[in-house]
Write a protein that binds this ligand. Sequence first.
Ligand code: MG
Length: 269
Amino acid sequence: MIGGGLGGWERGEWTDDTQMALCIAEEAATGHLDPRAVAGRFLDWYRSGPADVGAQTGAVLSRASAPGDVAPAAERYFSNNPHNSAGNGSLMRTAPVALACLGDDDALVGRAMEIAALTHADPVAGEACAIWCVAIDRAVRHGTGVLEGVREGTALLPAARRAYWGERIDEAVAGPPSSFAPNTFVVRAFQAALAAILHTPVPAEMPCRHLQAALQCAVSIGNDTDTVAAIAGAWLEQGGEPAPCPLNGPCSCTAGPAIRAGTSSAWPC
Ligand SMILES: [Mg+2]
């Protein structure tokens, strides 16, 4: 992270994806992941004047004066923009929900949807978050590959929504990753991140570099690059095996078990 870019970022500074994820993580660290308290942290963050705020997130938070106003503001935004209320800003920050709810499918799905809906009331945004949280949960607890994980997440959705998500996942399996741009729509961002993981082969000599390679693939897809990388990275940090070695030091891993990332076919990104 060399700094610069569209936001004039400092070296090592992270963008809104991580900033909002930290709001959730810090609330989870209290031992009780209360959505209204998360809304309060979102408001505090927004009022701190961050360099980058997603358009939909900013529109919602600017219309809320107290934590209890946030979700209703998102509902009004959805009512007023029924075909343009499913940005990727909920999925980009959802990973700490998974870590706070490990092993509890009802909580995984319920909290993911509730916290998504604080700013993104379109149900498809909550569905994407729920599926991704289940995939992270399965990777953490069972070492499950990302493809199996998202399919397990889809199985927990209402029956009427499973075919839609099954088709979107199949599209990501078919690839190539580069086909998932633009990706500001939450479903396209989900597909871009999933495709980047699935279609980045595990380096034979240095399997610990899969995270790096998959993130480079995610970024190279283009459009909302930090967000697609944040989504992919949230799974890769938990699902990669072996763990990534430090990028600036010698690789100390041995060619251990391959990363259970799914398919190994390589697409040019
Ligand atoms: Mg972004």
